[in-house]
Design a protein around this ligand. Structure first.
Ligand code: PEP
Ligand code: MN
Length: 363
């Protein structure tokens, strides 16, 4: 897709991967912001974040300090030289943020889900040259995320960045928001120029997982991290379970293993090429095997049709799932992978057999 998107290095002075954005979930007081910012200044943080209008799931929780927080952010700019950013959710927010010379802004997950709100924010930025960071929508809907990015591109915004903050899923789970890494990877395939930042705090929901999520993002070649950091995390007014102190943030960032996208080493390239050609040929074998399997499924479909037997045979499906998963596990493949793979194969067989029942030709 052809959208003009600027490189981070063109507008972030001294940009070096990974870009570190840090700061509290919410601005609470001038002192809390300054204490946090001064401490973060000693780390690799280059952009300071703080929310002043907080979209909270339930009313009567702390909903942010509002416009007075903008002055505090200005104090952070003046005192520490850090660039500052905050979240906007409507045109009024944008107007106030622009009046206060805030450096960058982000659109939250609860806003990205709403095309009306995104369009309103985008319109209010027409002709303004400010970087816009767009979080993924709460639900794993690629088109909503892409659509939000397009709305900003359409009004002429070229400093666009995507933020992966995970996706809501129902029920108890390890992460507050499931990472579903395939979505940011797919976004990058569609928009190869878009920088992507990971927000491990909102994915993790708890301090102990922030490091592993950060490392995973770096391994997937993300451009940076947005980590919630508070001078006194235990007493934070919002999201306290997922904020770390600036000191902890410094340690975490220093521990990250930074991998290169590529290196210019002939031996490395040759062995990579060799391994890739093996993968190419194995993938072709897999496709041929799957094709054979579908041809048999087609024959079974015809057989069932001639004998008026239903397509879905639950006992047979249960046996396949159990037996193949068992074999897969024995070979070192994970249960999740086996289940996903078998479900996809089984679904395709059912589709083929349904076509047979409906007299539709496969090829
Ligand atoms: C935040 O960054 O504090 C925030 C509200 O994030 P999200 O929109 O990802 O929930
Ligand atoms: Mn937060």
């Amino acid at each position: 897709m052809d959208i003009k998107i600027n490189k981070l290095s063109s507008y972030i002075k001294g940009f070096k991967k990974p870009l570190i954005i840090a700061g509290p979930c919410s601005a609470e007081s001038n002192k809390q912001l300054l204490d946090t910012a001064y401490a973060l200044q000693k780390t690799k943080t280059s952009i300071f974040r703080a929310g002043i209008w907080k979209p909270r799931t339930r009313p009567n929780s702390f909903e942010g300090v509002g416009v007075k927080g903008l002055e505090w952010l200005n104090n952070v700019q003046k005192e520490t030289g850090l660039k500052v950013m905050t979240e906007v959710a409507n045109a009024k927010h944008v107007e106030q943020v622009l009046k206060s010379n805030i450096d960058m802004l982000w659109v939250g997950a609860r806003t990205t889900v709403n095309p009306f709100a995104v369009q309103e924010i985008a319109e209010s930025l027409r002709g303004v040259d400010i970087p816009v960071f767009i979080k993924n929508p709460i639900n794993p809907d690629m088109n909503l995320w892409l659509g939000a990015i397009e709305r900003f591109a359409n009004i002429g915004c070229e400093k666009l960045v995507a933020i992966h903050r995970g996706f809501f899923s129902y029920g108890s789970k390890k992460y507050r928001n499931m990472p579903q890494w395939q979505l940011p990877v797919e976004l990058k395939r569609i928009l190869p120029n878009i920088p992507i930042i990971c927000d491990p705090s909102h994915i993790a929901g708890s301090r102990d997982l922030i490091e592993s999520v950060s490392q995973k993002a770096i391994d997937l070649n993300f451009d940076g991290l947005m980590i919630e950091s508070h001078i006194d995390p235990d007493n934070a007014l919002s999201d306290k379970g997922q904020q770390i102190s600036p000191n902890e943030l410094g340690i975490l960032v220093a521990k990250l293993v930074i991998r290169h996208n590529t290196i210019s080493d002939k031996d490395f390239e040759l062995s990579l090429e060799e391994l890739r050609s093996q993968i190419d040929s194995l993938d072709n074998d897999l496709i041929a095997t799957l094709m054979n399997r579908m041809n048999i499924a087609e024959l079974i479909g015809k057989h069932k049709k001639e004998n008026d037997v239903t397509i879905l045979q639950p006992l047979r499906w249960e046996y396949i799932l159990e037996n193949r998963t068992f074999n897969g596990l024995k070979s070192g493949l994970s249960k999740d992978f086996m289940t996903l793979l078998l479900r996809a194969i089984h679904q395709e067989s059912i589709n083929i057999q349904t076509d047979i029942m409906n007299n539709k030709n496969r090829k």
